[in-house]
Design a binder for this molecule. Sequence first.
Ligand code: MG
Length: 235
Amino acid sequence: MRRAGKIVGRLLKLMEKEARPGITTRALDKIAEDFIRSNGAEPAFKGYHGFPASICVSVNEEVVHGIPGPKALKSGDIVGVDVGVVLDGYYSDAARTFSIGEVDEESRRLIRVTREALYKGIEQAVEGNRLTDISWAVQSHAEAAGYGVVRQFVGHGIGRNLHEEPQVPNYGKPNQGPRLVVGMALAIEPMINAGTHEVEVLSDGWTVVTKDRKRSAHFEQTIFVGKNKPEIVTE
Ligand code: MG
């Protein structure tokens, strides 16, 4: 998982560099697939329940699971890139949201708060805490900023499969659910909306958008629960 995670982390750095006005989301997907395969790994999303690409690219009001296509990014967009990699049977999964060109202050704040919410959640991934301590840390940070926390999609356990038990919601009262133990592998992934927390799926069967079409941001890391400090696998 560490080796897979290193590829994911390096790829997201590359995506940040390549995501510029004028590039199509399909071109980003091609760069990502080539990078993953040239590192001896495989894209975990490609073919997953029929998903047609190696990355999910979600622009502006798209929350998650956007399908790469002929649409070009333009200045002012915000774009979430989510990628999973499998190497020698083990998975790692992460996402970041990038600003394209000149982005308004409101969108920059949404991105900043979502990233902060992820790290508030990660901080809770230590032995002795319970699962929803992560959830509550994410929710309380995002809602204090006035944002909506997506309920319909959640984080997850990860390891020999892309998605494993337990589900890791980004909302919920603290001190519930399984007790965290050292080495437990979780993908923590807040999806935070500028407006309502409600989402819907477009007719392509994949793309999740906000119900009010306001913008959304998404950050994710695969982590190992630690004794005093979690280990981030996908940095
Ligand atoms: Mg994930």
